[in-house]
Ligand binder design. Structure first.
Ligand code: HSE
Length: 402
């Protein structure tokens, strides 16, 4: 019998217990042993809950129970989740977590403890919810040098942008609706300002490089400044608007960025809509691959956590190496990244001067965008663009194009 403790009984934790309840038989077949949840850590008692008797608010009771083989961390946030995970590993228990905040900040530390103890620390659900991406990068694509990862890694923002594109609605209106439907948090900052996607691309890039990409060093812009006029221009140009999290290898370093982009309809991520996520990966031998599916939500995320539980149970005393050391990834300067741009420019500006200023530029006029016109530029370095915007005084907004 493999014994599991679940830390946190909110959306994901209760989903994990549900997946084990519903799929217990098939899980046992795959593991070769029965699997049982023996503790659930929660601050509140839940009278009438099917698993009421398993609930405790005492982490020490769980960590000191010699019967517990696997700890599932679904608390969210950095602390106390990090300390609980670390102490579980130090106590010789394998751990899986859905918590990207803990993985992005402490991945190498926790992997090193697991290695030392000949156990495992897994985190499939921390990126892309139910979409398999961590194990594919760690196991299936190890024959390749991964040269690019570009993802739609946040369901909340993709839902909002999709609604803005299909309904022409303003950002604030769609955000409010997303909150009332439970797609966006009451405090949506981490999602809409790109912080969530930033941690996820940091984890993926760290895994393919084997070193630590510090998420705090990645240039990150969210979608809160995207408005209905941007949407009109995007449509006029046959583009979609998406929040992309990307990293590109160049020599021994990486460019990394999280920002809203205009995407052509031929881009593999252009048709990923609603709460869905997708991750485009380019390997030097593989070429292109795409991973698509439910990037958030109770059961999709719990499904990925339980897949880790199965893998952990099959390898209880066998460390599966994960290449992620506590040394920095060489992050290349954002200033040198090159993108074409869509610019919104004040109508009072001299059009010819603007066209002369930006390489390969062309004007886009919208009948119902009073007081301004649009410009599509050719590819330019970030630094050069910023200098020209500072010189011109007439550019209202710039959005990157891929
Ligand atoms: N808030 C996240 C999202 C949840 O919207 O994608 C999954 O990490």
């Amino acid at each position: 019998m493999v014994k599991v403790a679940v830390l946190g009984y909110g959306t994901i934790g209760s989903g994990v217990v549900e997946v084990i309840d519903v799929n217990g038989k098939v899980l046992a077949q795959r593991i070769g042993e029965e699997i049982e949840v023996v503790h659930i850590l929660d601050r509140v008692k839940r009278p009438g809950d099917k698993h009421e008797d398993l609930i405790t608010d005492d982490i020490d009771k769980i960590l000191s129970d010699p019967e517990v083989d696997i700890v599932v961390e679904c608390l969210g946030g950095v602390e106390p989740a990090h300390t609980f995970v670390k102490n579980a590993l130090l106590a010789g228990k394998s751990v899986t977590t859905s918590n990207k905040a803990v993985v992005a900040k402490y991945g190498p530390e926790l992997i090193a403890i697991a290695r030392e103890k000949n156990i495992n620390f897994m985190f499939e659900a921390s990126v892309g919810g139910g979409i398999p991406i961590i194990r594919p990068l760690n196991v299936c694509l190890t024959g390749d040098v991964i040269e690019e990862i570009t993802g739609i890694l946040n369901g909340t923002t993709n839902y909002i942008l999709t609604k803005m594109m299909t309904e022409g609605a303003e950002y604030a209106e769609v955000l409010k609706e997303a909150q009332s439907l439970g797609y966006a948090e009451a405090d949506p900052t981490a999602d809409v300002e790109g912080h969530d996607a930033c941690r996820k691309i940091a984890i993926l890039t760290s895994l393919v490089d084997g070193a630590m990409l510090d998420f705090e060093e990645i240039s990150t812009e969210g979608i809160s400044k995207i408005d209905a006029v941007d949407v009109k221009y995007a449509k006029a140009l046959g583009k979609n608007i998406k929040l992309l999290a990307m990293s590109k290898k160049a020599g021994d370093g990486y460019y990394a960025l999280v920002a809203p982009f205009f995407l052509g309809s031929d881009h593999p991520l252009a048709g990923v809509n609603g709460v869905f996520n997708a991750i485009f990966v380019h390997g030097n031998m593989l070429g292109d691959a795409m991973f698509y599916g439910s990037g958030a939500g109770k059961l999709p995320t719990a499904s990925a956590v339980v897949a880790d539980v199965v893998e952990l149970a099959k390898n209880l005393h066998n460390h599966i190496p994960v290449c992620w050391e506590d040394k920095p990834v060489k992050l290349l300067p954002k200033d040198d990244m090159v993108f074409a741009r869509f610019l919104r420019v004040k109508a009072s500006a001299d059009k010819q001067k603007i066209l002369d200023m930006f390489a390969d530029a062309r004007i886009v006029e919208l009948a119902d965008a009073a007081g301004e016109f649009g410009v599509v530029t050719g590819p330019m370095m970030e630094k050069a663009l910023e200098e020209k915007i500072a010189q011109s005084q007439d550019v209202i907004k710039a959005i990157r194009i891929v």
